[in-house]
Design a protein around this ligand. Structure first.
Ligand SMILES: Cc1cc2nc3c(=O)[nH]c(=O)nc-3n(C[C@H](O)[C@H](O)[C@H](O)COP(=O)(O)OP(=O)(O)OC[C@H]3O[C@@H](n4cnc5c(N)ncnc54)[C@H](O)[C@@H]3O)c2cc1C
Length: 198
């Protein structure tokens, strides 16, 4: 990596940055992003028909879809709007969530993780607040001295998906590679934009 730094801070607001990041980067980091959803994989008994089921907007799990078939079981992928409302360790709870949407399925196993409670993630898949992209995307993509940010939150296409993380990582790696071949520059490559007056 030489003297350039590549960082993928899904949550840079907990990190100390020296020198401080630009005001727009800091504001974007403080605001974070809106994704607080739940994702749970549930294995049910029997080889089920292929289906997609949608629930009410405030149901713990309101999207359920057949994902994989095994010999005599079926694995479902399930999403809900609020990670706090879904106990990813509780099989009986998984059964209750499914009963509301697709009665008659028997839950055998469930697997998930509460990313909202994870100290480094503090959220789930990236969902931007209104005006996030307009106000801060270009600045988040702008290297600051030796520091390059990379991650799905900063992607041009497929932001919020794994594809966006790969795209942004490739872009940042190319930018680092190019800058390593360039003659040595000062710590700041461009003037730091400031926050618009409010
Ligand atoms: C529950 C869930 C389901 C998803 N489902 C899909 C899906 O089906 N399809 C899809 O395409 N995408 C999905 N996504 C989105 C996809 O997983 C992310 O967009 C992608 O993983 C983001 O990659 P990243 O490298 O940008 O960030 P991350 O994978 O978040 O990597 C950031 C890393 O930085 C670390 N970190 C943060 N702060 C610090 C710190 N201060 N010090 C050290 N390390 C730190 C974190 O621990 C983490 O390892 C899902 C995401 C979640 C949470």
């Amino acid at each position: 990596m030489g003297r350039r730094w590549l960082r993928s801070p899904a949550t840079p607001r907990k990190s100390a940055w020296l020198p401080a990041l630009s005001p727009i980067k800091r504001q974007a980091a403080e605001r974070g992003q809106a994704g607080r959803g739940a994702k749970l994989c549930i294995k049910v008994k029997g080889r089920q028909q292929r289906f997609v089921a949608l629930g009410l907007e405030d149901a713990p799990l309101n999207f359920v879809q057949v994902e994989y078939f095994e010999e005599d079981t079926t694995t479902l992928v399930c999403f809900g709007p609020d990670a706090v409302a879904v106990d990813v360790e509780d099989l009986a709870a998984a059964q209750r969530y499914l009963d509301r949407l697709v009665p008659g399925l028997e839950v055998l196993e469930a697997a998930g993780y509460n990313w909202v409670d994870d100290p480094y993630s503090q959220s789930t898949w990236p969902m931007h607040y209104t005006s996030d992209l307009t106000e801060s995307l270009a600045e988040l993509q702008r290297p600051e001295g030796l520091l390059h940010l990379a991650g799905s939150d900063f992607a041009n296409g497929w932001g919020g998906f794994i594809d966006g993380a790969i795209e942004s990582g490739l872009d940042a790696a190319r930018a680092v590679s190019t800058s390593l071949q360039a003659p040595a520059a000062g710590p700041e490559l461009a003037a730091t934009p400031s926050l618009p007056a409010s």
